[in-house]
Design a protein around this ligand. Sequence first.
Ligand code: ADP
Ligand code: MG
Length: 736
Amino acid sequence: MLKLENVSKIYYNNGIIATGFSKVNLELNLGEFVVITGESGSGKSTLLNVISGLDSYEEGEMYINGQETSHYTEKDLEQYRKKYIANIFQNFNLINSYTVYQNVELVLLLSGYKKSQVKKKILDIIDQVGLTKFKNTKVSKLSGGQKQRVAIARAIIKDSPIIVADEPTGNLDTESAKDVIDILRKVSKDKLVIIVTHNIEQFEEHATRIIKMHDGKIIENREIEKIDETNLIKETKFKKVTFFNKLRLGIRNTFNIKSKFLLLFMVFFFITSALFLEYTSFKLAESDIDNGVSVTFKDLSENRILIKKQDKTSFSEEDYSKISNLQNIDYIVKNDVFLDTQITISRSTTKGYGECWYATTINDVKNFKEQVDLGRIPEQENEAILQTSSKNYYIENFVDEVLEQNFSIKDSQENSILDGIKIVGIKFNENSNNYDSKIYMDSTQIEKLNTYMNEEYSTLKALFQNKYIQNKIVPSEKVEKENAIVSDDLKSLVKNGRIKGKDIQIEVSNIFYSDKINLTINNTYTEKSFTRLTGNDNYKLYGNAIFINNEVYDSLFNKQPYQSSVFVKDFENIDTTILELNNLGIDTKKVTDFKVITNDNYNELVQMIRTIVTIILIFILFFISYFIIKIILKSRAIYYTTLRMLGSSRKEVRKILDIELFINSNLAYFTSILIIYLTKINIINIQYLSKLSQFIGLWECVLIYVIIILMSKLLSRKVSKDIFKKSAISTYNEEV
Ligand code: ADP
Ligand code: MG
């Protein structure tokens, strides 16, 4: 028994007052088929919404089974709807992405029934409305009449005592409308059915009561058939929605719209990747700081001391033996330039990329005191050990293209400096992600390179007749040691062209030393006599050059070093060693002093910045994803509104959304983890990623997982709050 006493619905909109309906008195009972008509704007829908508990009312009192309802809160109204009301709408209000079966099932899942209990009942009702053939068809594929029949099935299955329908045939053709009305009457024999319509003729034969409204008031209330008044309205039985039902709906919602699933997945994948990248990039930056960086020095071993003589002369063998007699000295690297200069060694291969190369620094094989991981220790002068990452492409795949193979050392212009360096042993870097390479070679080979390096980084100038001249200086076997042969053209620089017997001074200088030698010009060449006198056949290039003896030429560069490095055995006592070296007249500098950053305050600063950036990033990510997810879910608002209209509470809706976002964020998270794993085991081979992946351990994974899950939870809370901000009907009206 439903009773309204002087009930009014008043709208307040920005200070404007509008009346939905006013002072309505009405008493309705089970078994009645009530038809409400009236022109548009007369208040029919408003009245239905109040009766349905979709909207509140401002005046009067509505009784259900004699109980007052004016004090109902939003929660009470949810319960009221669940217990008493089944709605049918002009716009059907179905879940388009669900099948017919799923739409009908949804009501029962939300009322706490178990899936297995309800199957027969659902199929029965689908049969009653004549849709058995379409039970597994998505609702979006049905015609209007069929959709309304699904809506009726959904209204009926709940077994609510009151069925409320607002213009259920408004969007249907006459034929379908008649169908729908017949079905509605048939399935609702002992219920209270309240129908709003423009088209009274369609319902006349079934109506037991006809109500006419005008301008918010009931102007006619005609009882056509008397119904027993004492019938008490039975409440629909319902339970709390079970966890499994929420889970079922959550999973169903995750995957039922593919584009939405992909978008959400991408948002979460983006968040996870951003977090992992941000975290690991910082770690990488931090580890660089820990190691220290130096532009000049590549070998930043903590036991390395750079040495120079205080009198600025080069080191003699005697100097070296004095130094090596000191207690704590492990070994001396005379030509230490190579410790810090990267050169390229390479060879052509028949496998892989066709060219195998390493950028390496150079060490003396004498200082290699460990075991090789592959191959053997060198025995010949031209044999060498290569130290590099075990993940190096050639070493992993075609080690026979490296081991026992001859490599060439090349300069930056790809010119070969030294050929026939045979790699016979391979040592792996401790950290397999460290791709820096070292080559250990015999000292004779290093000396050859040294001459080359000195030549490369030195400038040679000739001083003639108190003027520097620009001519190239070129070695030749045909020239005597004390002599020089020059071009005939230089005659113009001397009075009466007498150039033979004149002195010429050759100067060499580089960052370590400068030197000069005096030579006598004993001959000049013309284009004709060029090759005969100089042994050189490239007149075009060298037609202007000064030729000097090749051994003299080499001696300009083959100098004893001016700077060397010593390595100490015991790092703890490095300062004692430094003092001892100073006492020998040697200037010292620990190579670690050249590290750009070594102090701890800086690390703390980096930590702080990192924490702040991480927090800001999480905030930014949260709000970006919140807006994206909100937009994505906006298209789903009708779904959640439908759940509400079917009587779901905010908590239940949030739980279902929770599960959906939980599944999505987990899928995204574990995809990231999979990518990290594949990078770690080298199936994905991107150097930067593998560099980063080394910083990801269990703890990082757990931390980021917690952040992701918390974010998905907060997101679902915020979105569901938005959905519940307004009353169910106003959300509905906005959506439709
Ligand atoms: P009907 O369904 O009979 O066409 P309605 O119940 O929709 O009429 O509307 C009744 C009256 O209430 C109309 O004057 C309408 O303008 C007003 N009304 C309905 N909804 C609102 C609202 N949300 N805010 C303000 N006025 C409203
Ligand atoms: Mg209306």
